[in-house]
Design a protein around this ligand. Sequence first.
Ligand code: GLU
Length: 300
Amino acid sequence: MANGRFAPSPSGPLHLGNLRTAMLAWLFARSSNGRFAMRMEDLTTGAAPVAEAEQLGDLAEIGLTWDGPITRQSEHAERYRSALMQLEDEGRTYPCFCSRREIREAAAAPHGEVGLGAYPGSCRTLGSVERERRAESRPPALRLDAGAAEVQVTDALKGPLTSTVDDFVLRRGDGVAAYNLAVVVDDAAEGVEQVVRGDDLWTSTPRQVLLGRLLGLPIPNFAHVPLVLGPGGERLAKRDGAVTLADRKALGETPAEVRAALARSLGLAKPGEEPAMAQLIARFDPARLPVETWAFHAGR
Ligand code: GLU
């Protein structure tokens, strides 16, 4: 059994790529008799009742079911604060005063310790006097002192990845928990054993695994699924036309037809068939999932 979850950000309607990832996360969980939780990652959007209701409505119409109440990251500040305190007590954090521009410039310069694009640790060694001086003009973000840890993670679909973890942000300058902290703390608090999500987050996974270990939390299994691409070969987006469930319905498709299209893209349905979710569970075999991207053409 492996409990799973879907954790959208309520920033607008889900497109078919998001719905397909949700369907996969659901199939992974339900095919192992696991629970399936729904969590709104609303730290950057703030409360978004309309987008949230729309997303949940679409997921339900496609045939997804979930257990327990919807959780929202905006309601978990206390949870994140106590995880941060634990890391601070262990001396694993430091304030960072860098602007986006400074980070961009520093990250573009060659440096040995961490990979390109990673934070090079400029603020790690600031003395307390300098920290106080800088805090007067800019509220700092809080970073993890990752100690250049090398972390290996294995993904059910992508295989192994080893990477050196950089000093990533745990709490933003505005005091809000950063994504990597929130996701690790929430997955553990919600008993998530299996994280199934888009593979744009695959390279963040070593950071999350390190954080989970430092906090003494159970580490979930991972399955990162390919994003859906639009006709131009870019990540599917609104500009690609009729890409949401509402768009497809406006073209005369039923939710069952949309579900069938998603299932076909996963090798779980034949053309012309409209399988129910229970049938998809019976057919689902993670070992036989197509691992290549699915290119979607919105036009009829
Ligand atoms: N909230 C993230 C997104 O919408 C997903 C995070 C996760 O699944 O870990 O892309």
